[in-house]
Design a protein around this ligand. Structure first.
Ligand code: NDP
Length: 309
């Protein structure tokens, strides 16, 4: 299949110097699918949309999109087909329903799920004669079409290059992460791991503060200060994790475990759910039991990379 790049410059190509915006189909009109479709329409792409539940395309049609009545009709409308639904079970069922229409199409799956499911979907699609790119969106719907949007793509590089100008219509930065179809999803799950465990910690902190008659909004400015501690040390921690270096001179795991213990006591005293904290404490204890108590917290990434005993 043809893989002539629409542009050889970067992902933020100026639309005025690009060829006419290519037709694009968007399958899935949840909040993110609607944001993608609406941005394609605004950028001048002839845009066809489909959603399982009818009625979600009304606003897009008013903006200039065309609504298809079946996945096959939607896929037939454009060489480039973007899928963005809740998970791969949903995207698999939509693509299966599209049947032979996917032959010769380029499918770009922006649905979030696991790396292995992305790889399986890529194999399934390519066996049926479609080209397949996987991608992930790292920013919320309000960023789509703005400089704040962040997209990662993985799969055949020639395919990415072919459609790069169309991806540029979505704004922000798009980065190609390599030929492995699962690689974009691998970044996504690792970053969601960070996000959800952080959010869980923040909610627990708000709950604990409220038990002590401190409003969440009174804690928030100080919580922001805790977050600000991370950016300056992020790269050094990452480098140490990659290099297997665990310096514990400034703070070590025995001290971290004692700190977690104080929080567990305070939360237990107020009858709170301490499951997540106990899990964090158990990981620190594993490191201590293995003789790494005086290592720095980077050691925990090594411990967490192995199954719990
Ligand atoms: P959802 O994750 O809730 O997905 C909703 C879409 O999935 C709708 O189109 C819905 O169709 C469809 N869907 C759900 N189940 C099925 C099914 N069994 N068969 C067919 N279609 C189904 O909302 P979003 O649009 O927000 O998210 C889409 C993807 O984008 C997700 O993977 C999400 O993680 C990712 N994402 C979202 C962000 C956001 O800010 N919203 C940010 C970054 C990534 P119907 O209307 O018929 O229910």
């Amino acid at each position: 299949m043809s893989a002539t790049p629409e542009t050889s410059t970067d992902a933020t190509t100026d639309a005025t110097t690009s060829p006419a915006p290519a037709p694009v189909t968007v399958l899935g009109l949840g909040p993110m699918g609607r944001a993608l479709a609406s941005t394609f329409v605004a950028a001048g792409h002839p845009t066809t949309v489909w959603n399982r539940t009818e009625g979600k395309a009304d606003e897009l049609v008013a903006q200039g999109a065309t609504v298809a009545s079946t996945p096959a009709e939607a896929v037939a409308a454009s060489e480039l087909v973007v899928i963005c639904v809740i998970d791969y079970a949903a995207s698999d069922s939509i693509l299966e329903a599209a049947g032979d229409a996917i032959k010769g199409r380029t499918l770009v799956n922006l649905t979030a799920d696991s790396p292995d499911r992305a790889r399986t979907a890529a194999t399934w699609a390519t066996e049926r004669g479609a080209d397949y790119l996987d991608g992930t969106i790292l920013t919320p719907t309000v960023t789509i079409g703005t400089p704040a949007a962040v997209f990662l793509f993985s799969g055949p590089e020639a395919l990415y290059e072919t459609h790069r100008a169309t991806f540029a219509s979505l704004g922000g930065t798009a980065t190609y992460q390599g030929a492995d179809h699962g690689r974009a999803a691998a970044y996504d799950v690792a970053l969601l791991d960070f996000f959800w465990t952080s959010v869980s910690g923040l909610m627990h902190a708000f709950a604990l503060a409220r038990k002590e008659d401190i409003a969440a909004r009174d804690l928030a400015p100080f919580a922001r200060g805790i977050l600000d501690l991370l950016p300056p040390i992020m790269d050094q921690l990452a480098g140490n994790v990659d290099d297997g270096v665990y310096p514990g001179e400034d703070s070590h795991i025995i001290s971290v475990a004692a700190g977690i213990e104080h929080v567990i006591h305070a939360a237990d005293d107020r009858g709170m759910d301490t499951g997540v904290l106990r899990a964090a404490r158990a990981v620190a204890q594993r490191a201590i039991d293995e003789g790494h108590g005086t290592d720095g917290i980077e050691r925990l990434a090594e411990v967490l990379g192995r199954p719990a005993a």
